[in-house]
Design a protein around this ligand. Structure first.
Ligand SMILES: *[C@@H]1O[C@H](CO)[C@@H](O)[C@H](O)[C@H]1NC(C)=O
Ligand SMILES: *[C@@H]1O[C@H](CO)[C@@H](O)[C@H](O)[C@H]1NC(C)=O
Ligand SMILES: *[C@@H]1O[C@H](CO)[C@@H](O)[C@H](O)[C@H]1NC(C)=O
Length: 325
């Protein structure tokens, strides 16, 4: 694959001048009570899976329904919050979570784990997918975004937002280790957001990721097994805004375009050459209350954005928003 990395990352100065203004934004659902939605995935049938901090619950939502509604579909026992989600086999999803240490944007050390939600294996009593913890997360205090390795999808990589590294779990054997570590994956003590690497996804030979505290979207070459094979390159940066800006989790289209949630309320498109465009800002009818992650529909015509409900107006009630691209 030819290298598309710009030598100098593009810098986004937040402001109305960047607004593309061409996208349609529709709120599909907002939780009726305070519920932080941390991540999203799309099932093969097009239904959405929403990972929340509400009792480590995964909800499902059919975006094609007339009045879409989130329904509880799975809960991971023994923990309180869920972060990453990745499809590891057809209609089988790995999720990660732990016991929340809310003040530190972290898990209590030693509580992180990875569980498998298997939609082809149903619980006898309620017909819901089975949920099974398959690996512990060592002594880490955060496994954040997660992605499956394309050539070995039962192996997932996690964003080690606290330790500044990429962790790896083999969901078939339960093996957990550090794939690699770098200063560019961590955060400094004076960072406004105490989270380094946050979202991560593989395309081609590269692992793409966001670093919330260091305010950039970048990539690093990796091997098929997720080991590091090159230097970290910055593709796009953002200048901070009053109250603090931070890139969160994102999705990658087949052509390499990234759709990145940017706190406090932006959706940013990053072209493969690094050019950034703000697709959604706070000037429309629907204001994103802390966009935590995004996912593309199978036809890549719709982008789903989920939020933590982190604005005064939203009162902690996370949203599911559909953006027509
Ligand atoms: C979820 O946790 C809250 C407390 O944080 C509790 O009030 C509620 O009953 C729990 N819901 C379920 C479905 O367990
Ligand atoms: C999911 O469940 C199916 C049906 O029981 C089983 O064949 C498959 O191995 C399971 N997949 C994983 C990854 O656990
Ligand atoms: C566990 O903690 C020790 C000491 O902080 C550290 O050296 C080690 O790398 C950690 N292990 C993992 C898997 O994070």
């Amino acid at each position: 694959m030819p290298s598309l990395a710009p030598l100098v990352p593009s810098v986004l100065l937040l402001g109305a001048a960047h607004l593309a203004g061409a996208v349609q934004v529709r709120q599909l659902y907002q939780f009726p009570e305070a519920t932080f939605i941390e991540n999203i995935a799309v099932r093969p049938n097009g239904h959405l899976l929403l990972n929340t901090f509400a009792n480590a619950s995964t909800y499902t939502l059919d975006p094609s329904a007339e009045n879409p509604k989130a329904e509880l579909i799975a809960q991971v026992p023994g923990i309180t919050g869920l972060t990453g989600i990745a499809e590891v086999a057809h209609d089988v999803f790995a999720v990660t979570g732990g016991i929340s240490d809310v003040a530190n944007y972290a898990w209590e050390a030693g509580t992180a784990q990875t569980a498998i939600i298997n939609f082809s294996k149903k619980c006898e009593k309620d017909g819901k997918p089975t949920v099974k913890t398959v690996a512990k997360g060592g002594n880490t205090t955060m496994l954040n975004g997660m992605t499956a390795l394309p050539k070995h999808p039962h192996i997932v990589l996690h964003a080690g937002s606290k330790e500044g590294n990429v962790f790896r779990t083999n969901t078939a054997t339960g093996a957990f280790d550090i794939a690699f570590q770098d200063e560019k994956l961590g955060f400094s003590a004076d960072a406004p957001v105490p989270l380094g690497i946050n979202g991560l996804h593989v395309r081609g030979d590269y692992l793409y990721f966001t670093n919330s505290a260091q305010l950039f979207f970048g990539r690093v070459k990796i091997t098929d097994k997720g080991d590091r094979a090159g230097d970290i390159e910055e593709i796009a940066r953002v200048e901070t805004v009053p109250g603090g800006a931070a890139y969160d989790d994102f999705s990658l289209a087949r052509d390499g375009t990234a759709y990145v949630g940017l706190h406090p309320h932006f959706l940013v498109k990053v072209a493969p050459d690094g050019k950034q465009t703000v697709l959604v800002d706070d000037s429309g009818d629907i204001v994103l209350a802390g966009p935590t992650s995004t996912a593309l529909s199978k036809d890549e015509k719709t982008l789903y954005v989920v939020t933590g409900g982190t604005s005064e107006a939203s009162g902690g009630k996370g949203q599911v928003v559909a953006v027509t691209l």
